[in-house]
Design a binder for this molecule. Structure first.
Ligand code: HEM
Length: 176
């Protein structure tokens, strides 16, 4: 996982659990790395260890904590590439371009980034069926990011997990 995601997670922990919380988590989780540079790539398992340790240490509900981390991450991610906001007029447009434009640009800006796959299908009623595929299996992060996207566009969005099989998760995203 790219350093930027570790950096955002560090901000999330410090903001919600206190200034010293991140240093404690880093020390207690006993991973080799003790700082993360945004464009560098670090072990996925280190990210997972830090997230799991934070959840255990602060007795958080895993799905809730990861969803809130997604919410927190969206404005920080988009602030790195502000032209996305101009390019996409609505949250739905944004989600339709997530796989074919946004994460493609992200991989150009951050060589070696391993972004997940997203497939979409628009229903007649305007809602979007979205499938997320990744061996990192972070469906709650997806939900949180989409909620963050809705806030960013000041739109009311409803996102539900409909099912999953083999690293693939199906969501239904409804727009007000
Ligand atoms: C609703 C919008 C978005 C969704 C649902 C989404 C989803 C995800 C998910 C679930 C991951 C975790 C990796 C995985 O599951 O394999 C991820 C990684 C990532 N995304 Fe997105 N993303 C969104 C928007 C963005 C935006 C706006 C940016 C940047 C401007 C961005 C940049 C990244 C980066 C840098 C990674 C890390 C890749 C790596 O570490 O190799 N994403 N995204």
């Amino acid at each position: 996982m790219k350093g930027i995601v570790f950096n955002i997670f560090q901000s999330f922990v410090e903001k919600n659990m206190g200034e010293d919380a991140w240093d404690e988590v880093l020390e207690e989780a006993q991973i080799e790395q003790d700082f993360f540079v945004a464009p560098e790539t670090y072990e996925d398992k280190d990210f997972l260890t830090l997230v799991t340790h934070t959840i255990e240490k602060f007795k958080l509900v895993p799905s809730e904590a990861i969803r809130l981390f997604g919410n927190f991450s969206f404005p920080l991610l988009i602030s790195k590439v502000p032209q996305f906001k101009e390019e996409f007029k609505s949250a739905k447009d944004f989600l339709k371009g997530l796989d074919s434009i946004i994460h493609v640009e992200v991989r150009k800006l951050l060589p070696g980034a391993k972004t997940p796959r997203f497939y979409h299908k628009e229903r007649d009623d305007g809602s979007l069926e979205l499938e997320y595929e990744s061996d990192r299996n972070l469906p709650d992060f997806v939900i949180g990011l989409i909620e963050g996207l809705g806030k960013h566009y000041k739109e009311e969005i409803k996102v539900q997990l409909m099912g999953n099989n083999n690293n693939k998760y199906q969501f239904l995203v409804e727009f007000a």
